[in-house]
Ligand binder design. Structure first.
Ligand code: GLU
Length: 486
């Protein structure tokens, strides 16, 4: 247990979709809060006005809701530390930027984009290890600055990184990380459009929102020294940091859009269960000592600990996600599967047909071990919903023998005489025909499956016959005989 009630946050920039890496960050923050009696805050970091996407915030909130990652405070919730959307907090950032300027920790910069480009090119030509602003405007006199501001000259506000000791980060996952102060640029804090940069807004908000632990992706580690300087210069306590390992493609390159879907919404829309997706992303960088793989949300909350988050990049393995989806689907009660199957039916080509709950429940029971996605309850066994249109040629070649038609006719006679045949009745009838004709059961099982389903695989043949019912079975055998008995 952490020794205080932690407050953590997920602080996405709304880009239009929730990246699976973002989903993992949100999940780890959520689990950390839940397992330590803490609070989980959602903050929207929308200060990059060039990257605004319509409905992005709405989408993001919907996806988090779908995932069940409920936050305690956020833009659409009340909370003591709002507003939780950065574009609604501009005055606050300006107040702290002013304070930094007054204390000599930040300064106005009026350099033109042309000068900055020339500076960068010159530094590249000199092969300097890193392009940095040259503090040109730090030397402007107070009166010069006042005059430029009075005449509305375009300007930014920059952090004044002063020489000093190395900046240390005591990361909960990576341990001690050190940065030379000389490599830290005089970062822009307020842009020419008056909006703060990520760095200033992030630090101000984490402080004002009383965030105790900053849990975020490793790609932000290089920004952290700038943040630490800001905390120092503002005289604020530094929160604890935990930088989560990168997500990698199977070839160990950084997980990218090119190599598959990275939007959490795409997984949702492709039929993945939230339980499976969350279980999967939880394991991208974290494990228990026994390497258990299947976790419910309750088990994740119970077991999660930041100490067990790994440093090494985590490989995104879609096969594992598919396996987890199958496992979570199987773990669901039949009643829930029924509701899901009925929803799926409405989207399928069988939308106009109606099947009783009883019938669908039998299909669920028979197919449960054979499907990984809810839609496979339809796609993998169309023969439950319509009669076969054709018979698999490969199965015919292998299983349809000279006496198949004759044996099927005999089987047909037997079941015609039965009233409401049970599974056992079908089995007995088949046994009898096999015995009376001196053939193995397989000589009936395979052709029967073929003619009622059109294919060679599926649930046990007696389950299949029982679920379809006598009328369909009789009709399908009849029809098949007219096609196959040439
Ligand atoms: N707005 C940043 C993002 O889009 C947040 C990084 C952080 O958590 O500090 O990921």
């Amino acid at each position: 247990m952490i020794n205080e009630y932690p407050r953590v946050r997920f602080a996405p920039s709304p880009t239009g979709y929730l990246h699976v890496g973002g989903l993992r960050t949100a999940l780890y923050n959520y689990l950390f809060a839940k397992s330590n009696d803490g609070k989980f805050v959602l903050r929207i970091e929308d200060t990059d006005r060039n990257r605004l996407v319509e409905n992005a915030v709405e989408n993001l909130i919907n996806t988090l809701k779908w995932a069940g990652l409920d936050y305690d405070e956020g833009p659409d919730k009340s909370g003591e530390y709002g507003p939780y959307t950065q574009s609604e907090r501009l005055d606050i950032y300006h107040k702290y930027a002013k304070q930094l300027i007054e204390n000599g920790k930040a300064y106005y910069c009026f350099c033109s984009p042309e000068r900055l480009t020339a500076l960068r090119e010159e530094q590249q030509r000199l092969k300097l290890p890193q392009a940095k602003y040259d503090k040109h405007c730090l030397n402007l006199s107070k009166s010069d600055v006042q005059a430029k501001l009075a005449s509305n000259e375009p300007h930014v506000v920059r952090l004044n990184v002063e020489p000093g000791e190395r900046v240390l980060i005591d990361d909960l996952i990576r341990g001690r990380v050190e940065f030379e102060r000389e490599v830290i640029d005089d970062q822009v804090l307020i842009k020419a459009d008056g909006y703060p940069t990520y760095h200033l807004a992030n630090v101000v908000d984490d402080h004002l929102m009383k965030i105790t632990h900053v849990i975020r992706g490793e790609e932000w580690l290089s920004s952290t020294p700038k943040h630490i300087l800001l905390y120092e210069y503002l005289g604020w306590e530094i929160p604890k940091f935990a930088h989560l390992p990168l997500l990698l493609n199977p070839d160990k390159s950084k997980l990218s859009k090119r190599q598959g879907d990275v939007a959490a919404e795409d997984y949702r829309d492709n039929g993945y269960l939230r339980e499976a997706l969350l279980n999967f992303v939880a394991l991208l960088g974290w494990s228990t000592s026994d390497n258990k793989e299947f976790f419910t949300m309750e088990e994740l909350i119970e077991n999660f600990s930041i100490d067990r988050v790994h440093k090494a990049g985590a490989v995104f393995n879609i096969e594992k996600l598919n396996w987890l989806n199958a496992e979570h689907l199987r773990a669901k009660p039949a009643s829930e599967l029924l509701a899901m199957l009925k929803d799926e039916m409405k989207k399928s080509k069988y939308a106009d047909k109606s099947f009783s709950d009883e019938y669908l429940l039998l299909i669920i029971e028979a197919m449960r071990e054979r499907v990984s996605f809810i839609k496979e309850y339809i796609d993998n066994c169309p023969y439950f919903y319509e009669e076969p249109h054709s018979y698999d040629e490969a199965v015919i070649a292998k299983r349809w023998k000279e006496d198949s038609a004759d044996l099927l006719r005999k089987f047909l006679e037997k079941i015609k005489a039965l009233e409401n045949p049970t599974k056992e009745d079908y089995e007995n009838s088949l046994d009898q025909v096999a015995q009376e004709n001196g053939v193995g059961k397989g000589r009936l099982i395979h052709p029967i499956r073929l003619v009622v389903s059109g294919v060679g695989i599926g649930p046990g043949v007696f389950d299949l016959l029982y679920i379809l019912g006598k009328e369909k079975v009789v009709n399908r055998i009849h029809k098949a005989l007219t096609v196959l008995d040439k």
